[in-house]
Ligand binder design. Structure first.
Ligand code: HEC
Length: 143
């Protein structure tokens, strides 16, 4: 009986691990979700810098850190070159993989340089981030 309970809880444990770490998403779906999350987090900083929402140093800093994690996962998630008809990704990504990875690193670098101490600092440093989104999209995303 006890053995049965233990093995049941072990299998539930493994089931919950696989559902969180793989989340079932691969290829285009995973890419699309990643980019939507990046947009969501970025829009918090953008709206704060335009005073559409109130400046909050701790929210700004946690958002910046979330964005850094998302940016770091970009090359991992984009490795899968699944290209369904609704994807906006260009095959050039996988033909110029090192350049794509370096554009992703540019986003991380720009995020490292974002200063969330004050509204003025945020305003002064956020522009560089937006530029890196545009630079990658221009080359690797359909318009
Ligand atoms: C290293 C390259 C790269 C960087 C940097 C990048 N993107 Fe993207 N993004 C892409 C590609 C490629 C696609 C198209 C993915 C697809 O459709 O398969 C995309 C798609 C998107 C989408 C559409 C997602 C969907 O399917 O609805 C949004 C929104 C987006 N990006 C926002 C951003 C924002 C905001 C930033 C900067 C903070 C950013 N991206 C930085 C490459 C990049």
């Amino acid at each position: 009986m006890l053995k049965g309970v233990i093995s049941l809880s072990i299998s539930i444990f493994f089931m919950s691990i696989s559902s969180t770490s793989f989340a079932g998403d691969t290829g285009y779906i995973a890419r699309s979700k990643l980019m939507q999350n990046i947009r969501l987090e970025f829009s918090v900083l953008a709206r704060m810098s335009r005073e559409r929402i109130e400046f909050d140093e701790s929210l700004a800093e946690s958002t910046r850190l979330n964005l850094l994690k998302l940016a770091a996962s970009t090359p991992v998630i984009f490795k899968d070159d699944d290209l369904p008809i609704n994807s906006e990704a260009l095959p050039a990504i996988w033909e110029n993989w090192d350049d794509f990875v370096s554009k992703s690193a540019d986003l991380e670098f720009a995020l490292e340089g974002v200063d969330t101490s004050t509204l003025a600092d945020l305003r002064g440093s956020l522009g560089n981030v937006g530029a890196t989104c545009g630079s990658c999209h221009q080359k690797y995303r359909m318009k």
